[in-house]
Write a protein that binds this ligand. Structure first.
Ligand SMILES: Nc1ncnc2c1ncn2[C@@H]1O[C@H](COP(=O)(O)OP(=O)(O)OP(=O)(O)O)[C@@H](O)[C@H]1O
Length: 645
């Protein structure tokens, strides 16, 4: 078999627009990030999420709940904190628990203006101490009296017994004044902002409040029940914001109770553990009027209690967080402010000079994965800024400069990126990575790991005549559905091209070295190519890798993470990467990879086959592809806006 690829690859000119000083600093007189003012209020610091900022401002005035869905690190909890800053602090209250003389298991709840709670408790303590002192003095006087009487009358034994009796009787009949002092359940400093409580991942007790267990329970040694009551996050958030990330991770029981708390604005505290003496206690309703900000990824909505979701929808707002913002002059300025903000918040790292700021912006462009955009995954960008700053600090330089940012980029690589490199190394060791020559039924696909790292994902296909009534598609693990779908999507094309019906075959597809990691159907072009190669016994070029989603008509549709995929292919030694043409503008690969790979944008599967397959009879193969274009209602028409075969 001829292992030398023969296909001519059209030379595609990619234009990489680079950032110039004037793009970033036009109209700005600044030499470093220290010259940039960071606004004091959190809400004014948020960048790129203008629609979310607007909703938060509105919701703060109207006291509405908000659900924020989006990628981690785009500012959800920052916005929730910002909302707490916006809420009026004048309405804050302290919550107190009093003993209930009529029913020890039903402590009384009272609210007072913020800051008053401490004063009240202190006053009760002083009063209690006074009473205890008076009683002690009385006991002492009585005992002295009895002992005096015994001395005078020589009735020693009787005197001692009577004194002991008086002491015990008074001590134990004395109400335990100190224990009867009310407890300050929730307190605020009258000058602070409304509370921001993060209840992410809280178990029932921490969320809804609890009553501690008392091992003594009776006999005068027990702790009074009101003293064992502990407020939950919902109570601590009274008058402020309750933030719950990944709300779907709360148990259905907790979500149900959370809903009750939202509806009632109060929630009594009871012991959460059935086997604890705390379970006997149930306070009067405790106020918990908070604004809830529920956050999470899209799957948070699916795992959410439907009634809770509908409560938020009915009485609040839902916001989808953006992942990128347009790369405009104005937004670049905001990004510069973000750099200054992160440096300021860190407090230890040196400010960024102009060169470093430009490099951060370049990286923000690259990480956006979209032409003309800047990433808004700002927690990660903050991480890069801190690592670069740390490097500069170690060196003792006055400013963080471009070399520190570049070094930070290599130093602060994600786990996924490191795993991907490790995988490439190992696959080389075991000859799993094939990046030259040709193979039948084997295609180098591309996948994204995590959110910012690509990897080469080889796909193998084989077929046999069907065994059962219908042909089946057998694939590795979780990727079964993707394989099935890709094959079904191109079954019409396969039939036209090969003259064979996939229903007559058992098709086996294997994703080598993974059980997951393929997002959506971005492997469908790869799977289809591998299957066609196997059915037709045509070798596939191994120095070509591909990514793309396939329509039933054979169109190659856009996918995500194209930049990371191309970079991974380059690292693995691939020479040509086939990508959907509509993704061409999203390619923002780093300089060092530009020379290593050629990028081939395509519109249709036939272009993929033309460039990736190496048939023995190339002329016949091309004319077969050509012939397939004639059916007017057929799969594709090369004369309509597509590059000719
Ligand atoms: N839109 C933004 N504007 C300015 N800074 C931001 C923004 N988004 C994130 N940051 C920075 O990143 C940090 C982390 O963001 P934040 O915790 O709000 O993300 P998140 O969306 O709540 O993520 P997670 O769901 O993982 O908690 C913030 O403290 C802030 O420094």
């Amino acid at each position: 078999m001829d292992s030398t690829p023969t296909t001519e690859i059209p030379n595609i000119e990619l234009t990489y627009d680079d950032l110039e000083e004037t793009d970033v600093f036009a109209g700005l007189e600044l030499s470093a990030s220290s010259d940039i003012d960071v606004p004091p209020n959190l809400i004014d610091q948020v960048i790129g999420q203008e629609h979310a900022v607007e909703v938060i401002r509105k919701a703060a005035v109207q006291r509405r709940h908000v659900m924020m869905i989006g990628t981690p690190g785009t500012g959800k909890s920052m916005l929730a904190k910002a909302m707490a800053e916006l809420l009026p602090k004048e309405e804050l209250q302290d919550i107190m628990v009093y003993p209930n003389p009529e029913d020890n298991n039903n402590p009384i709840i009272r609210t007072v203006p913020a800051g008053r709670g401490k004063q009240i408790v202190n006053a009760h303590k002083v009063e209690a101490r006074k009473k205890i002192q008076m009683r002690s003095t009385l006991v002492m006087l009585l005992i002295i009296g009895i002992i005096g009487y015994a001395i005078i009358t020589y009735q020693w034994l009787l005197g001692i017994i009577a004194a002991a009796f008086v002491f015990m009787a008074l001590k134990y009949s004395m109400p335990r004044e100190e224990a009867m002092v009310p407890k300050l359940l929730i307190s605020h400093d009258s000058n602070t902002m409304a509370p921001f409580i993060d209840a992410t991942g809280s178990h029932a007790g921490a969320l809804l409040g609890d009553v501690r267990h008392d091992p003594f329970q009776s006999g005068g040694l027990e702790t009074p029940s009101h003293d064992r009551v502990e407020g939950g996050a919902i109570h601590r958030a009274h008058g402020g914001v309750l933030f719950i990330d990944e709300i779907n991770t709360l148990t259905p029981h907790s979500q149900q109770n959370l809903l009750t708390a939202l509806q009632e604005g109060t929630f009594p505290i009871t012991g959460q553990s059935e086997r604890s003496s705390g379970a006997m206690v149930r306070t009067e309703p405790v106020p918990c009027r908070f604004v809830m900000i529920a956050a999470g990824n899209l799957d948070a909505i699916q795992g959410m209690h439907p009634a809770l979701r509908s409560r938020i929808r009915g009485y609040g707002y839902e916001v989808y967080m953006r992942e990128t913002m347009e790369d405009t002059q104005e937004n670049r300025k905001k990004f510069l402010r973000f750099i200054a903000q992160e440096v300021k918040n860190d407090g230890k790292i040196p400010h960024f000079d102009r060169s470093a700021m430009i490099e951060v912006l370049r990286e923000a462009r690259r990480r956006s994965n979209r032409k003309g955009h800047l990433t808004l995954k700002l927690r990660d960008m903050g991480g890069l800024i801190r690592v670069a700053g740390d490097l500069a600090r170690q060196e003792g330089t006055e400013f963080t400069s471009v070399k520190h940012v570049l070094a930070a980029k290599s130093a602060s690589r994600s786990i996924e990126d490191q795993i991907s490199d490790e995988y490439i190394r190992r696959s080389r060791d075991y000859d799993l990575a094939v990046v030259e020559g040709t193979r039948v039924g084997r295609v180098n696909g591309l996948a994204v790991m995590g959110s910012d790292s690509g990897s080469v994902l080889p796909v193998m296909a084989e077929w046999t005549p069907r065994q059962g009534e219908d042909g089946t598609v057998v694939a590795t693990g979780m990727l079964q559905d993707i394989a099935k779908e890709s094959i079904m999507n191109v079954s019409a094309f396969i039939k036209k091209f090969t003259g064979k019906d996939v229903r007559e075959m058992d098709i086996h597809v294997q994703f080598i070295g993974t059980y997951g990691g393929v997002e959506g159907d971005s492997a469908s072009v790869t799977v289809a190519t591998a299957v066609i190669s196997a059915i037709e016994n045509i070798p596939v070029r191994q120095d070509v890798a591909m990514t793309g989603s396939l329509s039933v008509r054979g169109d190659v549709l856009p996918i995500g993470g194209v930049t990371y995929k191309i970079e991974a292919a380059a690292k693995a030694g691939i020479k040509t990467v086939i990508i959907p043409r509509s993704n061409l503008d999203d390619v923002l690969i780093e300089d060092r990879y530009r020379e290593m790979v050629e990028i081939l944008p395509v519109d249709h599967i036939k272009e993929v086959l033309q460039n990736a397959l190496v048939p023995e009879n190339r002329e016949g193969f091309i004319s077969k592809l050509r012939k397939m274009a004639v059916n007017p209602t057929g799969i594709f028409d090369p004369n309509v806006g597509r590059s000719p075969v």
